[in-house]
Design a binder for this molecule. Sequence first.
Ligand code: SF4
Length: 240
Amino acid sequence: MQITDQHIAEQRATSLLRRYAGLAGEDLLRSMIEHEFPGRLAVVSSFGAESAVLLMLVAAVDPAVPVIFLDTGKHFAETLNYRDRLVHRLRLRDVRVSKPMPQDLIAADAQGDLWRCNPDHCCRLRKVLPLQRALTGFEAWITGRKRFAGGERAGLTVIEAVDGRIKINPLATWTPAQIAAAFTDAELPHHPLAAQGYPSIGCVPCTSQANGQPGAVRSGRWSGTDKTECGIHWPLNAEA
Ligand code: SF4
């Protein structure tokens, strides 16, 4: 049997899950950042409604951990301003902005409205491929996904192996109350749209206010369609 990067990553994930069983939040981050992947991991942030909590925890361990922001060209101005505010507040020292390739946009989205007819391809050009480029050279990456967001995230583990890399989800088991308490305790600023009914914030054309139902945190993302994820968390060869 051919041993692939994915096989190796899966074995590593199993070992890490065993070794760090029960850890989450800052404790898990410290182990990953300082002991398991020193200098070899990055955090990916949308600078959305809850992003400040993960970034605060990462910064508490090491504010020099690279932070990857996918600039799709379709973000709310409020998100870009909030990003700059958080970077300053948390003293993040290595924020890396990854953008779509101009030639990809010219070829497939010259009018900037690909999201209307083929949002999966739009997300691929504006998010998935820029993330893959930004992750080059990293063995692991940190995400802020939580189980309480539901859908595909309901069964999230704190450590996974995808495409030959380790993914660390230190907030997977956190509750909305824990997130809210972290904002209060650390006096973190909120995304300006959070108070206007946007508990999950992505690109302007594909984000609307949530429907207000309990647990429907992501109901305002691609609302009215079957799409629930942009695809950055799927294996590269997965069908959209
Ligand atoms: S969320 Fe919408 S605008 Fe943003 S990349 Fe995906 S389809 Fe395009």
